[in-house]
Write a protein that binds this ligand. Structure first.
Ligand SMILES: [Fe+2]
Length: 189
């Protein structure tokens, strides 16, 4: 993970000149390893009592959870970009949203997410894709809006998100109605 962070920093230090293919390759090259990210990802949930975990041979197993919505935890917060890890309880989903003129890279670390893309009106679906572990996806506002869902009945999903440049709020869409929403982020661990 440290190597991944270093490479992301290297390729995202100039937001006006991002080589999308190169960043996607860096994310693809990283083979997800739970030991790298499990504690960062789950700490907010453990601290709030939202999950109970079994830590056995450095392998975290969730044995109970009381949360329905996803959490974001900041791993890197730089002037040019940020890197977050998101934890998705079973059957959780994001709203349909845009990305505040930023580039958004997603890498699946555990489980699987379904990405549903929409036209700018937030109503017309343009694509549906299942993203498996180690899958990488990219979106920016010129490509429309999206929504992410963990459709599993019983498995958590974990994803890594790079936003360049970083942003604090975006637009969310419900039944075609646009609304500004602040991004809630847990502290930097
Ligand atoms: Fe997004």
């Amino acid at each position: 993970m440290e190597d991944l962070k270093r490479r992301i920093e290297k390729y995202l230090s100039q937001p006006d000149n991002i080589d999308r293919a190169r960043v996607e390759r860096v994310l693809r090259d990283y083979d997800s390893n739970e030991d790298d990210w499990a504690l960062y990802a789950l700490r907010p949930l453990i601290e709030t009592g939202s999950v109970r975990c079994n830590l056995n041979k450095a392998k975290l197993t969730i044995i109970e959870f009381h949360c329905r919505s996803y959490t974001r935890t900041m791993l890197m917060d730089r002037p040019e970009f940020n890197l977050l890890v998101l934890v998705w309880p079973p059957k959780s989903s994001s709203p349909i949203h845009d990305h505040s003129n930023a580039k958004c890279f997603v890498k699946i670390l555990s489980g699987s997410l379904t990405e549903i893309r929409y036209a700018d009106d937030g109503i017309e679906k343009t694509s549906v894709a299942a993203l498996p572990v180690n899958g990488v996806s990219f979106i920016e506002d010129a490509m429309g809006l999206h929504e992410m869902r963990n459709e599993s009945e019983d498995k958590f999903a974990v994803s890594l998100h790079v936003y360049c440049p970083k942003f604090k709020s975006c637009n969310v869409f419900k039944d075609g109605v646009k609304q500004k929403a602040e991004m809630k982020v847990w502290k930097n661990y």
